[in-house]
Design a protein around this ligand. Structure first.
Ligand code: ATP
Length: 302
């Protein structure tokens, strides 16, 4: 019988998630694997959004009892700055971002935004203060205009066009026969990975949140697309507190601070130059990725 009800549970969860406006997190938050339900505490108040100063204070968390993924993370992220989180696969980088969005409650410590513990404010207000550009954007079977407008209820055509321009996708849309009314999805226009990411960027521009999480794509974009997307991302990071979950290092050089996460602990932090000079894990990862890049370039040149 429980097997019969499992899909219903799942459906209910997906529905609630959609209602909360978080469907666009797709792969990052792996909806199907999300077992827990966080709830607003009694008397929860809306987050009073200030400049967007983030603090992680001795944050501990595990998906399962007895297996801690984050083992006491302390980070201070000044308002308006960009922090890149790097480290080996499985270190807990995406988990850190999920916790900021309060997809799960912590097992220890706290996370604050402008001095307010995120566990004490309403989820709706928390989530409206945070924008996410996920690795893999989920698009609706609807028009491209609708897909952008999804970033903000009540956005009008002028807002949508401005966001598309900001995300450098307006030219592509206007070149389609249907313009903003062109349908995307299974029976419509198929977008490339880079184009989908631009839709996510346009949504985020419409939402205009003070805090931004960028979950960088793991799949390699070609170097020209990557450079284009980087320029667009740098533009939306301006004036917002940004956490970049970096799976490759080429994109983190400009961050105000790079945090190295290894097996659930912060092992190094500093700027790119500081960490290279320190000659630790970051310097090693950097050297390894640089030689991989060179090898790839030689292969393409052949
Ligand atoms: P990558 O660079 O490969 O994306 P990451 O550093 O972002 O890795 P996380 O996705 O945060 O790593 O995962 C950290 C650990 O938590 C991994 O061991 C992973 O298997 C585990 N984990 C992630 N999501 C879940 C989940 N929903 N349930 C149980 N364990 C999970």
């Amino acid at each position: 019988l429980s097997q019969l009800f499992r899909p219903l549970d799942l459906l209910g969860m997906v529905y609630r998630t959609i209602r909360q406006g978080v469907i666009d997190m797709g792969a990052m938050f792996d909806l199907v694997d999300t077992p827990s339900e966080v709830v607003d505490p009694p008397g929860a108040r809306p987050l009073r959004v200030g400049p967007g100063h983030l603090r992680f204070e001795d944050v501990r968390f595990g998906y399962e009892p007895g297996r801690d993924i984050l083992k006491g993370i302390t980070l201070d992220i000044p308002a308006g700055s960009t922090v890149a989180v790097v480290g080996p696969s499985g270190a807990g980088k995406s988990t850190l971002a999920r916790l900021l969005y309060r997809f799960y409650d912590l097992t220890g410590g706290r996370i604050t935004i402008d001095g307010q513990d995120i566990a004490t404010v309403t989820q709706a207000s928390l989530r409206s203060a945070i924008g996410i550009v996920p690795q893999d954007t989920v698009l609706f079977n609807d028009t491209i205009g609708y897909n952008i407008a999804y970033g903000r209820e009540g956005a009008d055509d002028a807002d949508i066009r401005a966001a598309a321009r900001g995300a450098a996708i307006a030219g592509f849309i206007e070149a389609q026969p249907g313009g903003y009314d062109t349908r995307v999805g299974e029976r419509g226009l198929k977008l490339s990975g880079g184009e989908k990411q631009r839709v996510a960027i346009a949504r985020t521009l419409l939402k205009n949140p003070p805090v931004l999480i960028l979950d960088e794509a793991t799949s390699a974009l070609d170097s020209r697309t990557e450079a284009d997307i980087m320029a667009t991302l740098e533009a939306i990071e301006r004036g917002r507190t940004t956490i970049v979950i970096a799976h490759r290092l080429s994109t983190v050089v400009h961050a105000d601070k790079i945090v190295v996460l290894e097996a659930g602990r912060v092992t190094e932090q500093g700027t790119h130059d500081e960490l290279l000079r320190a000659g630790g894990t970051y310097a090693e990862l950097w050297a390894r990725q640089a030689s991989e890049r060179q090898a790839a370039e030689v292969e393409t040149a052949d």
